[in-house]
Design a binder for this molecule. Structure first.
Ligand code: TYD
Length: 213
């Protein structure tokens, strides 16, 4: 039996990760593998409840809801439930887990964007999820103009509490992701997401080839 693998897709808003997660899952199932697709924040009932809080905020608090540290703790709490109830059991039975966003989103958004240190984000991850890391993290990168075009098509009813933050915040997020890939090349595969979905999918399959042989 093939050993289960844990693959995360990361990137900024409008990078096309969700489409790629679906195409990748179909391709792996076509090879006869047991595949679980999931997302963060969310993936379990408990984590989806935290997702709703995080993305919608709470009424009557004047807008921003939680400070950056509280926000990081909520993401870590959602991840803890997700890892404990879904990701670890799936890997243990030999499934492949494809996760749309994971730990590196906390490093990029709450760290790069929100100003928490990378050490603090890693500590939360160690406490919440015993530091579980993906076998490979696919960083899907698109030019800012393509991201804006895709978001205009997707977010016709407006963006959520985090997606709607200003350009400077999202520029810091993109810079943080690029820096992680630069300094941790063994953990990341950088994927050019500017092409059409099939072109990007082909790049992802090529990046995964070493794990499939
Ligand atoms: P989602 O609609 O899933 O975004 P996208 O389609 O762009 O992936 O919303 C998830 C949002 O949560 C997104 O703005 C990124 C943010 N996020 C964090 O800030 N920290 C995290 O740890 C995770 C997992 C997501």
């Amino acid at each position: 039996m093939t050993t289960g693998r844990f693959i995360a897709l990361e990137g900024g808003e409008g990078a096309g990760k969700s489409t790629q997660a679906r195409l990748l899952a179909e391709a792996l199932r076509g090879k006869g593998l047991d595949v679980v697709t999931t997302r963060e924040p969310g993936g379990t009932a408990g984590a989806e409840a935290i997702r709703t809080l995080l993305l919608n905020g709470v009424e009557g608090d004047g807008g921003e809801s939680w400070n950056p540290r509280a926000e990081a703790l909520l993401f870590a709490a959602a991840r803890s439930d997700h890892v404990h109830r879904l990701i670890r059991p799936a890997l243990a039975r030999g499934a492949w887990v494809i996760c749309d966003r994971y730990f590196d989103s906390s490093r990029a958004y709450q760290g790069g964007g929100g100003g928490l240190s990378d050490a603090d984000i890693s500590t939360l991850h160690a406490i919440g999820s015993e530091g579980l890391l993906p076998d490979l993290t696919l960083l899907v990168e698109v030019s800012p103009s393509i991201a804006v075009e895709r978001l205009a098509l997707r977010d016709t009813e407006g963006s959520d509490r985090i997606g709607g933050r200003d350009r400077a915040y999202h520029a810091r997020v993109a810079g943080a992701f690029a820096a992680f890939a630069e300094t941790e090349p063994a953990r990341f595969a950088r994927i050019d997401g500017n092409g059409n979905p099939q072109e990007t999918h082909a790049l992802i399959l090529a990046a995964l080839a070493p794990l499939l042989s």
